[in-house]
Structures are given as C-alpha cells and as structure tokens.
Design a binder for this molecule. Structure first.
Ligand code: ADP
Ligand code: MG
Length: 675
C-alpha cells in the first residue's frame, strides 16, 4: 500500500491528529461520509471503522483480464471495458414497457447492453462515458448482455482501484454506489490499516496470515485464492474470542466459587436403584461416576450430559439429585414444557415418596407450589420441578445445591446463567435432548465438561421408519388400525399450531381431529396442542397414559421427553416442515417398550429434496449422524429451534465446516489463559 498517500489522507480527515482514530471510530467522522451516506452504511450494519474493514464482499470480479468484445462467447460471464457510443430508451405497449439499451465499443466490436423497464437509466449514462460491465453474454449476433452490472470508470479517480485488478463487489443498499463504497474501504484501509493489530501477539498458530493482511486479502485480494485464507484467519479470531470468553467465565467460577459438597452417602441411591425394574447400563454408571466426582470436587460442577433419545437420562438425573439431597442440599429440575415438567414431577414423586423426599412442582400455570410427599417441611432439602417459571418468578430456592436442566437446547445460555445466579454457585447439570454436533457443542457449551451416554438400554424394540406421500394415507390408516387392534397405541403429529396463523392452524388440527375420529373409530382419539389449558393437557395425557384413548393427535408439544412405552406408532403429517433432529426427537416417543415400533413420515409437499432429507431418518437412528445432517442442511438456528437457541452469530465462522478451526481456537485460548 502507498504509505505516503495514506498519511496525507489521514491528516486531511482527522485534522491535526490522526492518532485520534480507533477501530471504534464512527463512520461519520470519515472524510466524505455525510449524514445520508452514514444512514445508508448503517442499513448495512456498518457503524464503525472496524465494521467497514470487515464488510465482506459478496463476490469478487476478476478485472485483470477484460475480454475483447470480439472474443465473447454465448452463455459465458465476462468483464468488458469500453466506451458508450450510443444509448437510449424504446417504449411499447402504450409506454407501459420499455427497453433501455446502450452500445459499448472497445476497438474490437460493439456490445449491446439491455435493461427492461429501467428507463431512468437514461439519466445515468451518456455517450462518451467509459464503462466496465460484467454479465452473462446472452447472444453474439449482435453481442448482447441483459441487465449486466456496470461501473462508470471515472478517469480522474484512482483508476487502479476499479480496473485491472480483482475488485470486491459488496452487498449494497439503495442509493449506495458500489464504487463509492469500494473507494471508501480502500482509502481508509490505506490510512488506518495500522489500527488493525494482532489481538493476541505471539499466540497465533502457524499457517495464518496477520490480521491486517487478512483484511487486505478480504478487501483487495491479489489472487482469487486470497479471500479464503482471509476468511480462515478472521473466522479463527471470532472463535478465539468466544473460547476466551467461555474459558474465562469458567476460570472465574473456579477461582471464586468453592464447590458445595454434594456427593452424598448412598443412603437413598441404594434403595432407589434397588427399586427400579432394570439395571443401569454401563454408560449410565460411568456417567454417574463422573458426576459424583464433580459433586465432591473443589469447584461447582458445570457438566453437559449428552445422550440420544431414550438412552435414560432421567434416571441419571434422579441419581444426581439424590446425591445432593443426601448431602442436605435442595435440587431444582427445569424442563422446557409444562407437560414434561409434570411428567417429571409425577415420576420423581413416585420414586422419591418412598424415600421421604418432598417433590414440589412450579410451572407458569401452577403458581402456588404443590406440596406433596410425607415431609412437607420447608427446612428439609427438597426437589423442585418446574419450567422456566422456576427462574422467571423470582422465587428463592433455599439451600440450592444442584440445578438440572433437562432438554437444554430449549433454554438459552442466559436462562442457564439466570438460574445459577439464584443459588450460591450450585452445581449444574445440563441435559440435551438431541445429540449436538461437536462444532455446536464447543460453541454453545464450551464452558462445560461433557459426559455422553453412548449406549441404549437392552431389550428395546426396533423402530422402523418409512417415508410416504399423502396418496398412501388410506393404507397407512389401515396399518395403524391393525396395530391398535393388537393393543398398541399411536401418536399422530401435526406441525405446531402455535406459530404462524393461529386461527387457521388450530382449525386445521381440529379438522384433522375429526378425520381421525372417523377413520380410526371405534378407537378413541385425544387432542393435544400447546394452547390448551394446562388442566386439559394433563387430562389428555393422563387418558393416553392410561390407554383410555388409544391415539393421541398432537402438535410438536410432545416433542421432548414424553414417555408412554405402549405407544409404538407415530404418524407425522407434513413431515417436511420439521427439522431432522426434531423428527428424531419426536420419533424417540416410540420404541420405548419391547414391541417393535413404526414411524411413518408423510411429506405433503413432496419435492425430491424433501424426500431425500426425510430418508436420512429412514436410514439411521443414530442421533449424532442425524444432528450432523441437520446442521449441514439447515444450519444451527434451525437445528436448535429458533427460540433463544443462543447460537452466537459469526460473520466469518461457519459452524457447518469449521470444526478444525474451532478446536484450534480452543487450544489457543487455553494456552493464552495459562500463559
Ligand atoms: P431420555 O434419555 O430420552 O430422557 P428417558 O430417561 O426418558 O430417556 O428413558 C427412556 C425409558 O427408558 C424410560 O422408560 C426409562 O425408565 C427407561 N430406562 C432408563 N434406563 C434404563 C435401563 N438401564 N434399562 C432399561 N430401561 C431403562
Ligand atoms: Mg428425557
């Protein structure tokens, strides 16, 4: 870069003292950026000098090689440089339609550039102007391009910036010219590039360019390969900052918070395990050992428990809770939905009653807690089960030793933090519903240790999954009727009515309900959706659990956790509207008993892509593989559910493919913090 030019410019823009400028300097302080430009830049999210430097081009145009017009090939893209020799508008259809055309000459031939219904262009272009145009050649007789991208080459101004090089083409907003923005980036990079320093000098792993060089390559690359190396460096920096934040948080916790001793003495766990109708799997036992070590360790536990649907996380949670309770501490268990909270409450009550432990329920609709169990004394340690109401209602949980969050991905990171702030640094166990690909795990839960239950209990029936189109529904109904006749139960899942148009959504479910009642008679059908009153929901679930109704028509409110082993069939309608991980989670509602189970995915808008996507589920029941596929196909926001998924957004980082970078960033962060 031309240092002297940069210096002159920086003097000019900043008055006496260019050192006043920082990366955080707002753009309106830059030379040539007035109020209007500033507003346009803000629409692109560009507020500071740093934003400008990191504004990634949409693509690059290789203008090192302009193609002579005579050499243009039909259907190929090319950059042409020439002078306007003619231009004008033609109208037809009573002037409702128009064609603006300009003719460019470069000494070899003439090129016709055409725009339909853009007659205002008449005021933009004039004969004699020199242009660079980029577009696809739509014909060669005469040479024609339709709606090419154009830049007017102003002979006075930095010609080397816009021509004879690889130029960046930026995302724009109305009124903001490409060339103006390009010049702005260029000038300021010359003047203030020195502000881009290494964030952690001496800690950069091998194989990366400097940050300044990365920005230079991002904005004005010398080769077409340079932007990739730039992205790699800038993505690494993003991941590194995140890892540093997470590891710092964790270190602060360890430095400031002693761990409560919660490892227990086995007096309740022993009879509890003895009373179960099954033995823990090896994986469950191993995970419990890890948890017990944490609960007796010097720092509060921060642990993520991963395990595929049905791997038996609830029992593990119960044992962890018992350890804390045995040590005299209370425990909070948070679930993402009321249905699930109530199910846990019922289960834990059944398990803990015999041990004399009180189990309270607190959800949004049950403001007053339900006292149960033989010892309803508030001084004794107790288990509190609830939804996020546990944290939002501002309740004080006395003597809180352990917080368990079930099906974590429905809770945001902030909620996790909020609950922890309630106690005096209680231990934290986070359980995920869906296995999480490693990139996401490190990004979202990088501050947690990880335990994995990588084994399903023995004796589970097989789940067979089929992908079908709506025309086969009559056969599907017949199949379900047969299975109902053998005593099994079924779920029919309908995309959620909570979202989008509430009225028509609810109506659609009601109509579906009537259809089901008709085609499945005499079997009884229950209806469950998010907006039912809590008592109604409970009643429907109780009827289904007791086999009073055999078929449960539900929206995805049953997605997480619901456990009715006799239900062995699931029909998912409009399955293409669900994500793969979500469908896997839904499917986890069946296959919980010894009978074989059947999952039928009906794709109503059956594009080939939709069917192919759904077939991933027919091909595997491995939650990790499915989550990876979902991440690759739909991205992290979709995988985790839009609501508060807590996924940080990256400008350069890509969670779909940057695992090596993330791991490297984590290693680097550790090294920086120990240095
Ligand atoms: P998830 O991991 O999806 O939360 P659950 O905890 O709901 O799974 O467990 C699924 C079912 O498996 C429950 O009915 C539970 O009682 C049962 N289960 C858990 N552990 C075992 C085991 N070791 N052997 C047999 N069944 C088990
Ligand atoms: Mg569960």
């Amino acid at each position: 870069m031309d240092r002297r030019a940069g210096l002159t410019y920086s003097r000019r823009v900043s008055g006496a003292n260019p050192s006043e400028f920082a990366l955080s300097t707002p753009l309106n302080r830059l030379y040539g950026v007035g109020a209007e430009r500033c507003a346009q830049l803000a629409r692109l999210g560009l507020l500071t000098l740093e934003d400008l430097f990191l504004h990634a081009p949409r693509r690059y145009e290789d203008r090192r090689h302009c193609t002579p017009i005579a050499d243009l090939q039909a259907d190929e893209c090319a950059v042409v440089r020439g002078t306007i020799v003619a231009c004008g508008v033609k109208y037809w259809s009573k002037r409702t339609r128009s064609l603006f055309e300009l003719v460019l000459e470069d000494g070899t031939r003439r090129l016709h550039c055409q725009w339909y219904n853009c007659d205002f262009l008449e005021r933009v272009y004039a004969r004699g102007q020199e242009l660079a145009v980029y577009g696809k050649v739509s014909g060669v007789r005469p040479f024609t391009m339709r709606h090419p991208e154009v830049e007017i080459l102003d002979p006075g101004e930095e010609p080397s910036l816009h021509m004879n090089r690889i130029v960046p083409v930026y995302p724009l907003t109305e009124g903001l010219p490409q060339r103006w923005l390009r010049s702005l980036v260029w000038r300021n990079l010359q003047a203030f590039g020195r502000l881009i320093v290494e964030p952690h000098p001496g800690s950069l792993p091998e194989g990366f360019v400097s940050r300044l060089e990365a920005v230079r390559r991002l904005q004005f690359p010398d080769t077409l390969a340079e932007p990739d190396t730039a992205r790699r460096r800038l993505a690494f920096d993003e991941f590194l900052e995140l890892q540093l934040r997470m590891l710092t948080r964790r270190r602060n916790l360890q430095a400031n918070a002693p761990g409560l001793v919660c490892r227990g003495d086995n007096r309740w766990i022993k009879p509890f395990l003895g009373g179960l109708s099954f033995k823990l799997t090896e994986a469950q036992t191993r995970v419990l050992r890890e948890i017990r070590a944490d609960l007796g360790g010097p720092h509060p536990m921060r642990r993520l428990l991963q395990g595929d649907v049905g791997s038996g996380k609830t029992v593990v949670a119960a044992c962890a809770a018992l350890m804390a309770l045995e040590s005299g501490c209370s425990v909070a268990l948070m679930a993402p939905t009321e249905i699930l909270a109530e199910q846990h409450w019922r289960n834990f009550q059944r398990w803990f009653d015999a041990l004399g432990i009180t189990v309270h329920l607190r959800t949004g609709s049950r403001k007053t807690e339900t006292e149960c169990g033989p010892t309803a004394r508030s001084a004794a340690p107790a288990l509190y089960v609830g939804t996020h109401a546990l944290i939002t209602e501002g309740v004080e949980l006395e003597n809180l030793g352990l917080v368990i969050i079930d099906e974590q991905h429905k809770f945001g990171v902030t909620q996790r933090e909020a609950l922890v702030r309630k106690g005096i640094y209680p231990h934290l166990l986070v359980m995920t519903a869906t296995p999480i690909p490693r990139t996401l795990g490190l990004t979202l839960y990088g501050d947690l240790d990880v335990s994995v239950i990588d084994e399903l209990p023995m004796g589970r029936g097989v789940i067979k999954t089929f992908v079908r189109t709506p025309d086969t529904l009559p056969k599907v109904w017949e199949f379900i009727r047969q299975k109902l006749a053998t005593g099994r139960q079924a779920y029919v899942v309908y995309p959620r009515v909570e979202e989008g148009d509430l009225k028509s959504g609810a109506k659609a479910v009601r109509e579906e309900y009537e259809t089901l009642v008709r085609v499945l008679a005499p079997w009884k059908v229950g209806l469950l959706y998010g907006r039912l009153r809590p008592e109604e929901k409970e009643k429907v679930m109780a009827d289904f659990r007791a086999n009073q109704v055999q078929v449960l028509l539900a929206t995805s409110v049953i997605e997480v956790g619901v456990d009715v082993p006799n239900a062995t069939m699931m029909l998912v309608e409009n399955a293409e509207q669900f994500g793969l991980a979500q469908l896997h989670q839904l499917r986890g509602r069946i296959g919980r008993g010894a009978h074989d189970s059947y999952c039928i995915l009906v794709a109503s808008r059956a594009t080939d892509a939709a069917l192919a996507r759904l077939r991933v589920l027919a091909d595997t029941t491995d939650g990790f593989r499915i989550a990876e596929a979902d991440l690759a196909l739909r991205g992290p926001g979709e995988l985790l559910g839009q609501e508060q998924s807590g996924v940080p957004t990256f400008k350069f980082g890509d969670l779909r493919r940057d695992l090596p970078l993330i791991e490297l960033a984590r290693e680097t962060a550790k090294r920086i913090l120990t240095a």
